[in-house]
Design a protein around this ligand. Structure first.
Ligand SMILES: Nc1ncnc2c1ncn2[C@@H]1O[C@H](COP(=O)(O)OP(=O)(O)OP(=O)(O)O)[C@@H](O)[C@H]1O
Length: 550
């Protein structure tokens, strides 16, 4: 359970916010939970200098440090990096001169979690290491080194999503502020301490140092102890025999005494991700009692959900799967460089596992714009012999039968379009309703677009299942139809509509609004849609390619 000596701290006065309780303490700051007066939103405020005597010189140093951290953080944005909102002057406690307002991580820190749990199972360790390695890859790619990756600086949201915090020791690669021998004991790269002694080059922070520290965090999670220097370190397989070989190999490669032999953060994240399946974190024993009700990862919920993979894990699993490109067999080994590209991991990579293959097949559906009707066409199963029963229109059903299935609400313009007798008008409404379903996550309205049991329904079900599982929507998806013509048909209740369908660019977003990826627009595709008329309106039965001249 999170415990703090709050009696020793005086509540800071933060203009525009009400202070509730202390969240934690670092070497240079105390961190407080606050509520914003204007809207009740909660934030964490990191107050600097609270434990130092006041004085103008100190105030200047504190301000320099805080503005440096703010400058570094304000240019950086990543789903797994704590966001900083503003810098404020605070009062009420001696020396508490400035405060950084940040996102509040309700799940507490990994340090708190470990103090209650002692060790973590492999799956939970993977849930922590993979996204933190991803955010390090992002930082390194933008020329920044964190400098103090440690359990106190890995925080969790209420959903158990890991966040990297505290860029107080961070530096741009080559920055003279870089300080190789500061950080947290046990997680600090021994090689950079050795380099730092008396060497100007050694003061420079290198990305490989973060990789070492994160691997040390992984070792700590699995064993409850820090790895120590190589000559005193027992083999991981002895201390934690249940750890899969691939994870042991990834950790050992990242703890290599020679920084140049370590994997890059990206290589490390891929190797860890491939080594075993992630599991939802159980934070219920480590957080402040007031947080328990909002924890989505609490024990009971976990039992009920049978340790279901959280949505954001599914999202990064798919993102990683997409990024995975098998290397050509004889690709030359990457030369060590200062940008942090160490050598690839030693040992053979594990064969692509079932979850990856599943991920790949889902990714195949979403890779090239699952919103596009052209992709939809490729995903359709072969058309079955069609013998459709008369359909029930969910729009009409709810009007007819109060107390029946839940009402399907649509903007009047779309509802009218769907009921148009003219297939040219109806097809535009069908496209717009489909955009609404995928763009806003209102997947139930897909039932208004596709005829039940049809190939079109089966194809959209795949996209819908993907969105449901990953908890995402295709925000901003717009399908534009042009050149719509209705082919002559001998049957009055079946038509083929030829058209050109273009799909706008859109962003795949989590329901929290966080962006997962951006999709480029898809150029216009010539298609024919087979529509069927039933229950007084048109439905999509099948998507066909254009007529070919053969
Ligand atoms: N955004 C946050 N939400 C919730 N708790 C937080 C947040 N930021 C920090 N904390 C808590 O406060 C503790 C100290 O924060 P932090 O490590 O950023 O301070 P620091 O002074 O930079 O520490 P040090 O210099 O020792 O690394 C964290 O370990 C965590 O328990």
């Amino acid at each position: 359970m999170e415990t703090l000596d709050t009696t020793a701290a005086v509540l800071p006065l933060i203009p525009g916010y009400a202070t509730s309780r202390q969240l934690g303490r670092g070497s240079s700051s105390t961190v407080w939970l606050v509520t914003r007066d204007k809207d009740g939103a909660r934030f964490a405020v990191k107050c600097f200098g609270a434990r130092e005597p006041d004085g103008p010189a100190l105030q200047r140093t504190v301000l320099d440090e805080v503005t440096r951290e703010l400058r570094l953080l304000s240019g950086l944005r990543h789903e797994h990096l704590v966001r900083v909102h503003e810098l404020l002057q605070v009062g009420g406690t001696p020396g508490a001169s400035y405060g950084l307002v940040m996102d509040y991580a309700a799940g507490g820190s990994l340090a708190n979690l470990m103090s209650g749990r002692g060790r973590l199972p492999v799956g939970e360790t993977i849930t922590i290491l993979t996204p933190i390695a991803q955010v390090l890859d992002y930082l390194h790619g933008s020329g920044t080194v964190h400098g103090d990756v440690s359990p106190a600086n890995i925080l969790f949201t209420a959903e158990g999503k890991p966040l990297l915090a505290d860029l107080g020791f961070a530096a741009r690669v080559g920055d003279p502020h870089g300080n190789a021998d500061v950080g947290t004991q046990g997680f600090l790269d021994p090689a950079s301490i050795a380099l730092g002694e008396g060497s100007a080059a050694g003061r420079e922070l290198l990305p490989q140092r973060d990789v070492y520290s994160l691997a040390a965090v992984g070792w700590y999670c699995l064993t409850g102890a820090v790895p120590g220097v190589e000559r005193h370190r027992p083999p991981l397989s002895l201390v934690a025999p249940d750890v899969p070989k691939a994870l042991t190999a990834a950790l050992e490669a990242a703890l290599d005494p020679d920084p140049q032999r370590r994997p890059s953060a990206r290589e490390f994240s891929t190797a860890v991700f491939r080594s075993a399946g992630p599991e939802a974190l159980d934070l219920s024993g480590s957080v402040h009692h007031s947080v328990i009700p909002e924890l989505l990862t609490r024990r009971q919920a976990l039992r009920r959900a049978r340790r279901r993979t959280p949505r954001w894990v599914v999202a990064w699993r798919i993102a990683l799967t997409r990024g995975f490109q098998p290397k050509p067999k004889h690709m030359p080994r990457s030369a060590p460089s200062r940008e942090g590209r160490g050598r690839p991991l030693k040992g053979r990579p594990k064969a692509v596992g079932l979850s990856l293959r599943l991920g790949l097949s889902v990714a195949a559906a979403v890779l090239v714009g699952a919103g596009s009707w052209a992709v939809w066409q490729q995903n359709q199963p072969p058309a079955p012999a069609l013998n459709l029963a008369p359909l029930e229109d969910p729009l009409a059903t709810t009007r007819k039968a109060p107390g029946g299935p839940p009402s399907v609400e649509l903007p009047a313009r779309l509802a009218q379009g769907l009921h148009s007798e003219d297939p040219e008008v109806a097809v535009s409404a069908l496209a717009a309703v489909r955009d609404l379903a995928l763009g806003e996550g209102r997947l139930e309205v897909l039932a208004l677009v596709n005829a039940p049991g049809s190939p079109a329904e089966a194809a959209d079900k795949e996209v819908g299942d993907y969105l449901r599982e990953s908890g995402t929507v295709f925000a901003g998806l717009v399908t534009t139809l042009s050149g719509v013509t209705v082919d002559d048909s001998p049957q009055t209740d079946h038509v083929l509509v030829s058209l050109s369908a273009a799909t706008s660019g859109y962003e795949e977003r989590l329901t929290t609004g966080a962006k997962v990826r951006a999709q480029e627009p898809v150029a216009p595709q010539q298609l024919r849609l087979h529509l069927v008329r039933s229950a007084g309106r048109w439905w999509v039965l099948e998507i066909l390619g254009p007529v070919t001249a053969d």
